[in-house]
Write a protein that binds this ligand. Structure first.
Ligand code: BEZ
Ligand code: FE
Length: 285
């Protein structure tokens, strides 16, 4: 080990909390080992500093290029795997992504999240129940959903969409049920106009994510669940730019004819696609 590595690690000896001290010392050790291993040149060091500086300069309230960087490096999913994969009964989690917007309208059971209809896509009904691991229904869970429009853009990204378009919060019913109307999401490309774009282009990597709907489910006494439902047969399920796909989150949809029940329960009087999915939360804070 180089003297400077030993000295740099030792310089953090006085951090009194054990965990932060370990985190910082091991980080210094890992960075030094990497630099030593690759024999980093002065010019490469300057390029790295410049890349990180420009990544930081791109960040503001509506944009987090560092999270995107973490996503494309697989770091976000590694953290997810370490923290959330031990419990096999609960619904798997996946990346949060940069496109969540807080304080979206709280909508009623079976409402539509479409605020601006563009094409004439067949309606989609998404429904299911929220359970705990004991199989008991969870009422009053808050289910936040968000997804792309037909053009592959989220509201907030696309100035032509009302901010609440294809977004909303739903409360689960007494029997744990939730339902909302939408359209099928499409596969889309993650932002490519920043430093992450430079990195992916340089690496000849693509920017696509398979079609999905985002969910964040929060219920008192349970661990929050951040996840997606991916649509089966999407061509990018095997090559998600941010490594977020898990088999148990891939769902099929079925085409249904409208009938008296669909009209009465869900306000659907034309053919529609149906996705049914139950979520399982685990107890905790
Ligand atoms: C998303 O699904 O919204 C997303 C996740 C990670 C990076 C970019 C977008
Ligand atoms: Fe997304």
């Amino acid at each position: 080990m180089h003297d400077v590595t030993t000295s740099a690690i030792k310089s953090f000896e006085n951090i009194s909390d054990a965990r932060p001290k370990m985190l910082i010392q091991k980080l210094v050790k890992a960075i030094h080992e990497y630099i030593d291993d690759v024999e980093l040149t002065q010019q490469e060091w300057e390029m790295a500093i410049d890349f990180l500086t420009r990544t930081g300069q791109l960040c503001h309230e509506q944009r987090q290029e560092y999270i995107l960087l973490s996503d494309v490096l697989g770091v976000s999913m590694l953290v997810d795997e370490i923290n959330h994969s031990k419990n096999h009964e609960q619904t798997p989690s996946t990346v949060f992504g940069p496109f969540f917007i807080a304080n979206m309208p709280v909508r009623h059971y079976a409402d539509s999240i479409i605020e601006e209809k563009v094409g004439d896509e067949m309606p989609l009904l998404v429904k299911g129940k929220i359970f705990n691991q004991q199989g008991e229904a969870i009422k009053n869970a808050k289910i936040e959903v968000w997804q792309t429009a037909e053009n592959g853009m989220y509201s907030g990204q696309d100035p032509d969409q009302p901010v609440a378009n294809l977004r909303g919060a739903f409360m689960s019913q007494e029997n744990g049920e939730y339902a909302f109307k939408s359209i099928l999401p499409v596969s889309y490309q993650i932002p490519s106009d920043g430093t992450v774009g430079e990195l992916l282009n340089y690496s000849k990597r693509h920017f696509w994510r398979p079609a999905h709907i985002h969910f964040m489910i929060i219920a008192e006494g349970y661990q929050p669940l951040v996840t997606h439902l991916f649509i089966q047969n999407d061509e990018y399920l095997q090559g998600d730019a941010v490594f977020g796909v898990k088999d148990r989150l891939i769902v099929g949809f079925e085409q249904k004819q409208a009938d008296a029940t669909s009209k009465q329960q869900f306000g659907l009087d034309e053919s529609f696609n149906l996705i049914e999915y139950d979520f399982v939360l685990s107890k905790g804070e």
